[in-house]
Design a binder for this molecule. Sequence first.
Ligand code: A2P
Length: 272
Amino acid sequence: MNTITLNNGVTMPQLGFGVWQVADDEAESAVATALSAGYRSIDTAKLYHNEAGVGRAVRESGIARDELFITTKLWNDEHGYDSALRAFDASMERLGLDVLDLYLIHWPAPAQDKYVETWKALEKLYADGRVRAIGVSNFTVQTLDRLLDKADVVPAVNQIELHPQLAQDALRAYDSAHGIATEAWSPLGQGKGLLDEPVLTRIAAKHDRTPAQVVLRWHIQLGNVVIPKSVTPERIRQNIDVFDFELDPADMTEIASMDAGRRLGPDPATFG
Ligand code: A2P
């Protein structure tokens, strides 16, 4: 498994398993399937209501804790210094873990204007050794500029919606210039639709792979961290099997041409 080194020296698998929209009971078996397929990074959130199921699968896997990388996120109604500290404790209680690998602010929620305060709480959790790395999700250039101005710790990660139809070149460049790793949510563009695009089916046929594998490989070659979601065992296995082929520069250029600024999720400038 490829890993990337975060700005504090912690390593993170470049490909992990996402569990958005996976019910708690289903999460346990999906995560168990993912762990046995070789995934070592799991991405959950308070919002997903499945931290308990994720925690059960992790604890029951028998895999050494230091071989696993677990991410969760603070929800929009948990912003603020004290409530962020409480939110972290509650997530850890549900996960049943002592130390977390990565804690993210799920959305900047700019109208609440509390993300700097929230960040100070994450810095405390980090200083106290309760989490190995802290980061953000759905931050824009504007919200990152303000955060970086006030932060003592530069976020390790910015997890954003990113797929071939929303390639986020400017934000990726900003992250990279500031030492922030870019992590892609909905890396497959939520599956259907995107995966039927002729550009992708053609490149997939050329490499004898599936369109999903081509998209994941595109992310890997760009240096993104990716967390594809699936509840289908065959797809869970297929999505991690992307480290033994390579897209050529022409493939990468063709996929880049699919960028249409097409957002599937909310606009971070106004959401929350
Ligand atoms: P399912 O969970 O039913 O297997 P994203 O990670 O971009 O949000 O995409 C998740 C969606 O893509 C889910 O609906 C998932 O379906 C589907 N999906 C995941 N992996 C594949 C794959 N290898 N081929 C086709 N669809 C996939």
